[in-house]
Design a protein around this ligand. Structure first.
Ligand code: UDP
Length: 323
Protein backbone atom coordinates (compact mmCIF):
# COMPACT_ATOMS: atom_id res chain seq x y z
CA UNK A 1 0.00 0.00 0.00
CA UNK A 2 0.97 3.65 -0.39
CA UNK A 3 1.67 5.56 2.83
CA UNK A 4 0.26 9.07 2.39
CA UNK A 5 1.43 11.45 5.09
CA UNK A 6 -0.78 14.51 5.51
CA UNK A 7 -3.39 12.66 3.47
CA UNK A 8 -6.22 14.45 5.31
CA UNK A 9 -4.91 17.86 4.23
CA UNK A 10 -5.81 19.91 1.18
CA UNK A 11 -3.58 18.45 -1.54
CA UNK A 12 -3.14 15.09 0.22
CA UNK A 13 -6.88 14.41 0.30
CA UNK A 14 -7.20 15.08 -3.43
CA UNK A 15 -4.33 12.66 -4.05
CA UNK A 16 -5.93 10.01 -1.82
CA UNK A 17 -9.12 10.38 -3.83
CA UNK A 18 -7.17 10.05 -7.10
CA UNK A 19 -5.38 6.87 -6.00
CA UNK A 20 -8.57 5.32 -4.66
CA UNK A 21 -10.33 6.09 -7.93
CA UNK A 22 -7.63 4.15 -9.78
CA UNK A 23 -7.94 1.22 -7.38
CA UNK A 24 -4.82 1.73 -5.23
CA UNK A 25 -4.62 0.88 -1.55
CA UNK A 26 -3.60 3.81 0.62
CA UNK A 27 -2.85 4.33 4.30
CA UNK A 28 -3.15 7.90 5.53
CA UNK A 29 -0.83 9.01 8.35
CA UNK A 30 -2.02 12.33 9.74
CA UNK A 31 -2.28 13.81 13.21
CA UNK A 32 -5.44 15.72 12.21
CA UNK A 33 -4.09 18.94 13.73
CA UNK A 34 -4.49 20.61 10.34
CA UNK A 35 -6.08 17.79 8.37
CA UNK A 36 -9.74 16.79 8.36
CA UNK A 37 -11.13 13.28 8.94
CA UNK A 38 -14.03 14.09 6.62
CA UNK A 39 -11.61 14.79 3.77
CA UNK A 40 -10.70 11.11 3.35
CA UNK A 41 -14.10 9.47 3.90
CA UNK A 42 -13.44 5.86 4.93
CA UNK A 43 -9.80 5.58 3.81
CA UNK A 44 -7.63 3.77 6.38
CA UNK A 45 -6.18 6.35 8.76
CA UNK A 46 -3.41 6.16 11.32
CA UNK A 47 -3.65 9.17 13.60
CA UNK A 48 -0.14 10.08 14.70
CA UNK A 49 2.55 12.71 14.81
CA UNK A 50 5.36 12.42 12.27
CA UNK A 51 7.68 14.22 14.68
CA UNK A 52 7.64 11.00 16.69
CA UNK A 53 10.01 8.46 15.11
CA UNK A 54 8.31 5.57 16.93
CA UNK A 55 4.93 6.46 15.42
CA UNK A 56 6.42 6.60 11.94
CA UNK A 57 8.18 3.28 12.37
CA UNK A 58 5.02 1.68 13.72
CA UNK A 59 3.31 2.41 10.39
CA UNK A 60 6.08 0.56 8.54
CA UNK A 61 6.07 -2.34 10.99
CA UNK A 62 2.31 -2.78 11.00
CA UNK A 63 1.47 -2.36 7.30
CA UNK A 64 3.05 -3.55 4.08
CA UNK A 65 4.14 -0.22 2.67
CA UNK A 66 5.42 -0.19 -0.88
CA UNK A 67 5.86 3.58 -1.43
CA UNK A 68 5.53 6.87 0.43
CA UNK A 69 3.91 10.12 -0.71
CA UNK A 70 4.83 12.82 1.78
CA UNK A 71 2.48 15.82 2.01
CA UNK A 72 2.50 16.53 5.75
CA UNK A 73 3.97 19.99 6.33
CA UNK A 74 3.25 23.51 7.42
CA UNK A 75 2.61 25.64 4.34
CA UNK A 76 2.25 29.31 5.17
CA UNK A 77 5.01 31.67 3.97
CA UNK A 78 4.07 34.51 6.38
CA UNK A 79 3.81 32.15 9.37
CA UNK A 80 7.25 30.75 8.54
CA UNK A 81 8.70 34.27 8.60
CA UNK A 82 7.18 34.88 12.06
CA UNK A 83 7.88 31.38 13.47
CA UNK A 84 10.81 29.75 11.64
CA UNK A 85 11.19 27.18 14.45
CA UNK A 86 7.85 25.60 13.47
CA UNK A 87 8.98 25.24 9.89
CA UNK A 88 12.38 23.68 10.49
CA UNK A 89 10.92 21.48 13.22
CA UNK A 90 7.74 20.38 11.54
CA UNK A 91 8.87 20.24 7.91
CA UNK A 92 12.38 18.82 8.22
CA UNK A 93 12.38 16.43 11.20
CA UNK A 94 9.46 14.22 9.99
CA UNK A 95 11.26 13.56 6.70
CA UNK A 96 14.30 12.27 8.61
CA UNK A 97 12.04 9.83 10.45
CA UNK A 98 10.30 8.76 7.27
CA UNK A 99 13.54 8.21 5.36
CA UNK A 100 15.09 6.30 8.25
CA UNK A 101 12.08 4.00 8.43
CA UNK A 102 12.09 3.57 4.66
CA UNK A 103 15.74 2.50 4.75
CA UNK A 104 15.13 0.20 7.72
CA UNK A 105 12.13 -1.48 6.04
CA UNK A 106 13.58 -1.48 2.53
CA UNK A 107 10.94 0.82 1.04
CA UNK A 108 12.42 2.51 -2.01
CA UNK A 109 10.02 5.13 -3.45
CA UNK A 110 9.06 8.52 -2.09
CA UNK A 111 7.22 11.40 -3.75
CA UNK A 112 7.81 14.65 -1.91
CA UNK A 113 5.74 17.86 -1.80
CA UNK A 114 8.24 20.57 -2.57
CA UNK A 115 7.54 24.11 -3.63
CA UNK A 116 8.36 26.90 -6.04
CA UNK A 117 9.24 28.79 -2.84
CA UNK A 118 12.58 26.94 -3.01
CA UNK A 119 13.59 29.23 -5.91
CA UNK A 120 13.23 32.52 -4.02
CA UNK A 121 13.21 35.72 -6.06
CA UNK A 122 13.32 34.56 -9.67
CA UNK A 123 16.30 35.47 -11.82
CA UNK A 124 14.21 34.72 -14.92
CA UNK A 125 10.61 33.81 -15.78
CA UNK A 126 9.27 31.23 -16.46
CA UNK A 127 11.17 29.24 -13.84
CA UNK A 128 12.51 25.89 -14.96
CA UNK A 129 14.08 23.19 -12.79
CA UNK A 130 17.60 24.49 -13.54
CA UNK A 131 16.85 27.83 -11.88
CA UNK A 132 19.05 28.33 -8.78
CA UNK A 133 17.33 27.54 -5.51
CA UNK A 134 17.73 30.51 -3.15
CA UNK A 135 14.63 30.63 -0.94
CA UNK A 136 13.62 33.91 0.69
CA UNK A 137 11.37 32.44 3.40
CA UNK A 138 11.93 29.80 6.10
CA UNK A 139 9.10 27.83 4.47
CA UNK A 140 10.99 27.72 1.15
CA UNK A 141 14.23 26.97 2.95
CA UNK A 142 12.66 24.07 4.86
CA UNK A 143 11.54 22.51 1.57
CA UNK A 144 14.98 23.04 -0.01
CA UNK A 145 16.64 21.33 2.96
CA UNK A 146 14.27 18.37 2.49
CA UNK A 147 15.18 18.13 -1.19
CA UNK A 148 18.86 18.01 -0.18
CA UNK A 149 18.11 15.21 2.28
CA UNK A 150 16.37 13.20 -0.42
CA UNK A 151 19.41 13.55 -2.68
CA UNK A 152 21.73 12.43 0.12
CA UNK A 153 19.57 9.42 1.08
CA UNK A 154 19.29 8.60 -2.62
CA UNK A 155 23.06 8.50 -2.99
CA UNK A 156 23.76 6.74 0.30
CA UNK A 157 20.89 4.25 0.54
CA UNK A 158 19.36 3.98 -2.93
CA UNK A 159 16.12 5.77 -2.03
CA UNK A 160 14.28 6.75 -5.23
CA UNK A 161 12.55 10.10 -5.02
CA UNK A 162 10.58 12.70 -6.94
CA UNK A 163 10.48 16.27 -5.61
CA UNK A 164 7.41 18.02 -6.96
CA UNK A 165 7.78 21.78 -6.84
CA UNK A 166 4.25 23.08 -6.75
CA UNK A 167 3.35 26.56 -7.79
CA UNK A 168 0.04 27.82 -6.26
CA UNK A 169 -2.24 24.90 -5.45
CA UNK A 170 -5.84 26.03 -5.84
CA UNK A 171 -9.38 24.98 -6.67
CA UNK A 172 -11.29 21.99 -5.35
CA UNK A 173 -12.47 18.61 -6.58
CA UNK A 174 -15.20 19.28 -9.18
CA UNK A 175 -17.60 16.66 -7.75
CA UNK A 176 -16.17 14.98 -4.61
CA UNK A 177 -16.99 17.11 -1.57
CA UNK A 178 -13.39 17.97 -0.68
CA UNK A 179 -11.57 21.29 -0.83
CA UNK A 180 -9.31 23.78 0.89
CA UNK A 181 -9.81 24.47 4.60
CA UNK A 182 -7.06 26.10 6.63
CA UNK A 183 -7.42 27.72 10.03
CA UNK A 184 -6.53 30.53 9.86
CA UNK A 185 -6.80 30.85 6.08
CA UNK A 186 -3.93 32.79 4.46
CA UNK A 187 -4.33 31.81 0.80
CA UNK A 188 -5.64 34.27 -1.71
CA UNK A 189 -8.47 32.48 -3.52
CA UNK A 190 -10.34 31.22 -0.42
CA UNK A 191 -9.92 34.64 1.21
CA UNK A 192 -11.39 36.43 -1.81
CA UNK A 193 -14.27 33.94 -2.03
CA UNK A 194 -14.98 34.31 1.69
CA UNK A 195 -15.18 38.06 1.13
CA UNK A 196 -17.64 37.40 -1.71
CA UNK A 197 -19.75 35.36 0.72
CA UNK A 198 -19.70 38.13 3.31
CA UNK A 199 -17.61 36.06 5.75
CA UNK A 200 -14.91 38.74 5.54
CA UNK A 201 -15.32 42.52 5.15
CA UNK A 202 -12.63 42.93 2.53
CA UNK A 203 -9.56 41.59 0.79
CA UNK A 204 -6.25 43.30 1.42
CA UNK A 205 -3.89 43.23 -1.58
CA UNK A 206 -0.40 42.72 -0.19
CA UNK A 207 1.57 45.18 -2.26
CA UNK A 208 0.58 47.18 -5.33
CA UNK A 209 4.07 48.53 -6.06
CA UNK A 210 5.76 45.39 -7.38
CA UNK A 211 7.55 45.51 -10.76
CA UNK A 212 4.66 43.64 -12.43
CA UNK A 213 2.15 44.84 -15.07
CA UNK A 214 -0.49 45.94 -12.51
CA UNK A 215 1.79 46.28 -9.48
CA UNK A 216 0.40 43.25 -7.60
CA UNK A 217 2.20 39.90 -7.21
CA UNK A 218 1.99 37.39 -10.04
CA UNK A 219 1.54 33.69 -9.28
CA UNK A 220 0.90 30.52 -11.25
CA UNK A 221 -2.32 28.90 -10.00
CA UNK A 222 -2.55 25.17 -10.62
CA UNK A 223 -5.60 23.03 -9.93
CA UNK A 224 -5.27 20.68 -6.96
CA UNK A 225 -6.62 17.71 -8.97
CA UNK A 226 -3.88 18.24 -11.54
CA UNK A 227 -1.33 18.24 -8.73
CA UNK A 228 -2.85 15.02 -7.41
CA UNK A 229 -2.48 13.34 -10.77
CA UNK A 230 1.17 14.44 -11.06
CA UNK A 231 1.96 12.55 -7.83
CA UNK A 232 0.50 9.36 -9.24
CA UNK A 233 2.49 9.78 -12.47
CA UNK A 234 5.69 10.53 -10.53
CA UNK A 235 5.17 7.47 -8.36
CA UNK A 236 4.64 5.28 -11.41
CA UNK A 237 7.91 6.58 -12.83
CA UNK A 238 9.79 5.69 -9.63
CA UNK A 239 8.18 2.26 -9.64
CA UNK A 240 9.46 1.76 -13.18
CA UNK A 241 12.99 2.12 -11.78
CA UNK A 242 13.84 5.76 -12.48
CA UNK A 243 15.76 6.84 -9.40
CA UNK A 244 15.20 10.58 -9.10
CA UNK A 245 13.46 13.59 -10.52
CA UNK A 246 12.63 17.20 -9.74
CA UNK A 247 9.57 18.64 -11.45
CA UNK A 248 7.90 22.03 -11.52
CA UNK A 249 4.12 21.75 -11.44
CA UNK A 250 2.36 24.83 -12.73
CA UNK A 251 -0.05 25.99 -15.40
CA UNK A 252 2.70 28.09 -17.06
CA UNK A 253 0.38 31.12 -16.82
CA UNK A 254 0.91 34.05 -14.48
CA UNK A 255 -2.08 35.74 -12.81
CA UNK A 256 -1.77 38.83 -10.65
CA UNK A 257 -3.58 39.26 -7.34
CA UNK A 258 -5.86 41.80 -9.05
CA UNK A 259 -6.58 39.37 -11.89
CA UNK A 260 -7.53 36.68 -9.37
CA UNK A 261 -9.91 39.10 -7.68
CA UNK A 262 -11.42 39.98 -11.08
CA UNK A 263 -11.92 36.26 -11.83
CA UNK A 264 -13.62 35.80 -8.44
CA UNK A 265 -15.98 38.71 -9.20
CA UNK A 266 -16.79 37.18 -12.61
CA UNK A 267 -17.48 33.71 -11.27
CA UNK A 268 -19.41 34.70 -8.13
CA UNK A 269 -21.21 37.77 -9.45
CA UNK A 270 -20.76 39.21 -5.93
CA UNK A 271 -19.39 42.49 -4.64
CA UNK A 272 -15.89 42.14 -3.20
CA UNK A 273 -14.34 45.03 -1.28
CA UNK A 274 -10.64 45.44 -1.95
CA UNK A 275 -8.06 47.49 -0.07
CA UNK A 276 -4.44 48.08 -1.06
CA UNK A 277 -2.01 47.18 1.72
CA UNK A 278 1.72 46.86 2.29
CA UNK A 279 3.84 44.05 0.91
CA UNK A 280 3.89 40.76 2.82
CA UNK A 281 7.39 39.69 3.92
CA UNK A 282 8.80 36.70 2.04
CA UNK A 283 6.77 37.23 -1.16
CA UNK A 284 8.71 37.23 -4.46
CA UNK A 285 7.10 39.59 -7.03
CA UNK A 286 6.52 36.95 -9.66
CA UNK A 287 6.48 33.14 -9.82
CA UNK A 288 5.52 31.40 -13.05
CA UNK A 289 6.46 27.83 -13.91
CA UNK A 290 8.03 26.25 -16.91
CA UNK A 291 6.74 22.72 -16.42
CA UNK A 292 7.75 21.15 -19.70
CA UNK A 293 9.80 18.52 -17.87
CA UNK A 294 6.74 17.17 -16.03
CA UNK A 295 4.82 17.23 -19.28
CA UNK A 296 7.45 15.33 -21.27
CA UNK A 297 8.90 12.96 -18.64
CA UNK A 298 5.74 12.25 -16.64
CA UNK A 299 3.21 12.73 -19.45
CA UNK A 300 1.41 15.26 -17.23
CA UNK A 301 -1.37 17.27 -18.91
CA UNK A 302 -3.25 19.60 -16.55
CA UNK A 303 -6.99 19.11 -17.08
CA UNK A 304 -8.08 22.40 -15.44
CA UNK A 305 -5.57 25.00 -16.64
CA UNK A 306 -7.99 27.90 -16.75
CA UNK A 307 -8.14 30.37 -13.82
CA UNK A 308 -11.92 30.82 -14.11
CA UNK A 309 -12.42 27.06 -13.91
CA UNK A 310 -10.14 26.87 -10.87
CA UNK A 311 -12.09 29.66 -9.17
CA UNK A 312 -15.42 28.03 -10.14
CA UNK A 313 -14.47 24.75 -8.42
CA UNK A 314 -13.21 26.66 -5.35
CA UNK A 315 -16.47 28.63 -5.27
CA UNK A 316 -18.57 25.46 -5.42
CA UNK A 317 -16.59 24.13 -2.45
CA UNK A 318 -16.68 27.40 -0.52
CA UNK A 319 -20.47 27.55 -0.80
CA UNK A 320 -20.93 23.87 0.27
CA UNK A 321 -18.11 23.30 2.74
CA UNK A 322 -18.29 20.20 4.89
CA UNK A 323 -15.27 21.11 7.04
N1 UDP B 1 -2.31 37.75 -1.12
C1 UDP B 1 -2.94 38.98 -0.96
N2 UDP B 1 -3.90 39.07 0.01
C2 UDP B 1 -4.27 38.02 0.81
C3 UDP B 1 -3.63 36.78 0.62
C4 UDP B 1 -2.64 36.68 -0.36
O1 UDP B 1 -2.64 39.95 -1.65
O2 UDP B 1 -5.15 38.20 1.68
C5 UDP B 1 -1.27 37.61 -2.17
C6 UDP B 1 0.09 37.17 -1.64
O3 UDP B 1 0.85 38.28 -1.24
C7 UDP B 1 0.66 36.47 -2.86
C8 UDP B 1 -0.56 35.89 -3.59
O4 UDP B 1 -1.68 36.61 -3.06
O5 UDP B 1 1.27 37.39 -3.72
C9 UDP B 1 -0.77 34.42 -3.34
O6 UDP B 1 -0.66 34.22 -1.94
P1 UDP B 1 -1.03 32.84 -1.27
O7 UDP B 1 -0.86 33.02 0.21
O8 UDP B 1 -2.36 32.37 -1.77
O9 UDP B 1 0.03 31.80 -1.83
P2 UDP B 1 1.64 31.84 -1.80
O10 UDP B 1 2.05 32.50 -3.10
O11 UDP B 1 2.08 32.55 -0.58
O12 UDP B 1 1.99 30.39 -1.79
Amino acid sequence: MILVTGGAGYIGSHYVRYERDRGSEVLVLDDLRLGHRAAIDDSPLLIGDLNNAAVVDLAFRTYTIESVVHFAAYTSVPESVAHPDRYYGNNVVPLIHLLDSMVRHNVRNIVFSSSCATYGDPQYIPIDEQHPQAPVSPYGESKRVCEGMLQAYGRAYGVRYASLRYFNASGAHPFAAIGESHEPETHLIPIVLQAALGKRDKVVVYGADYPTPDGSCVRDYIHVCDLAEAHALALDRLRSGVDRGEYNLGSETGSSVLEVIAACRRITGRRITVEMGPRRPGDPPQLVAASKKARTELGWRPSHPDLDEIVATAWKWETNRRY
